[in-house]
Design a protein around this ligand. Structure first.
Ligand SMILES: [Ca+2]
Length: 292
């Protein structure tokens, strides 16, 4: 029974992972998973459900996928979204054709057999299509982003949608020459069917004479529509876990009063000023988010 809990994602990883080493295992024999609350202020709630005999089950699941397995029909999601990176400056945009005003020049799809076309969605955007593929196969669209210093941070921003459903997208930076190694990788993001803007920060682990940014899709989740893609070098740093969330644990049988020492928000997104008072009930915890 996993019921009535609040799960908080601090690292862009699956928030519940049900894993079995036994082929054919039925997770519903564990009992009910429902009425939980998922808070992923730095991305989207993701879950995992893996069995050794089901290779595709090792990919991350969206809340929609999770519900299709019969879990969490009445789950709720926290509305709060927060920056994961404290930016102090920005450089020049590195993508030559990120708005697709006159075509998809400069972008390539991998592997072969995929197609890139210009679509009228979003007022002119790139559409990435593949034919039927097995569930573990992946495909990507990429473009060049120039030299990259070791330890350099970039902000990747884009608008996107997956017509008619959801897609799991991972971003990465790679060397634009053999061995085409990946120097930065994001967690999977969920792209929905409504157009939205997304931002992801990446840090290059190596110096590259030239680089590419790639959007990778896994599984039979195509097409993907992208627009207004920018890759901008930035200065700043990722926020630490302590800066992202503040957990007040009360493991006693008495209520505990605390006072906010700086501006805070709760997981519903309600904001509180310095000096606001909170009560942490016995044997429970209160999570507050530092505001900046
Ligand atoms: Ca456009």
């Amino acid at each position: 029974m996993i019921r009535g809990n609040t799960f908080i994602d601090t690292a862009g990883l699956p928030m519940i992972s049900l894993n079995s080493s036994e082929a054919g295992y039925r997770f519903d024999s564990l009992g009910q998973v429902d009425a939980n609350r998922y808070c992923a202020p730095y991305g989207e709630p993701m879950m995992r459900h893996s069995r050794p005999d089901v290779p595709w089950s090792r990919q991350s699941l969206t809340l929609g996928d999770w519900r299709r397995f019969g879990y969490d029909a009445s789950a709720t999601v926290c509305p709060l979204t927060l920056p994961e990176f404290a930016e102090t400056g920005a450089g020049t945009q590195r993508v030559a054709n990120g708005s697709f005003t006159s075509g998809v020049g400069g972008w390539v799809a991998h592997p072969g057999g995929t197609s890139l076309t210009r679509t009228d969605l979003l007022g002119g955007a790139l559409q990435f299509n593949r034919g039927p593929l097995d569930a573990l196969a992946s495909g990507n669209v990429s473009t060049t982003t120039g030299p990259m210093a070791a330890g350099e941070y970039v902000r990747v921003a884009w608008r996107g949608l997956r017509p008619g459903g959801e897609a799991r997208v991972m971003l990465y930076l790679m060397r634009n020459a053999p061995p085409w190694d990946i120097v930065a990788r994001s967690p999977q993001r969920v792209i929905g069917s409504d157009p939205r803007s997304y931002v992801q920060y990446l840090r290059s682990s190596a110096a590259l004479a030239d680089s590419r940014v790639a959007f990778e899709l896994t599984g039979a989740e195509l097409p993907l529509v992208l627009d207004d893609v920018t890759v901008t070098p930035v200065t700043g740093r990722f926020l630490t876990e302590g800066e992202r969330l503040e957990v007040h644990l009360n493991d006693t049988s008495n209520a505990r009063a605390i006072t906010a020492s700086a501006p805070r928000a709760d997981l519903a997104g309600t904001r509180y000023a310095t000096g606001a008072g909170f009560v942490v009930p016995p044997h429970s915890a209160l999570v507050l988010v530092p505001l900046r």
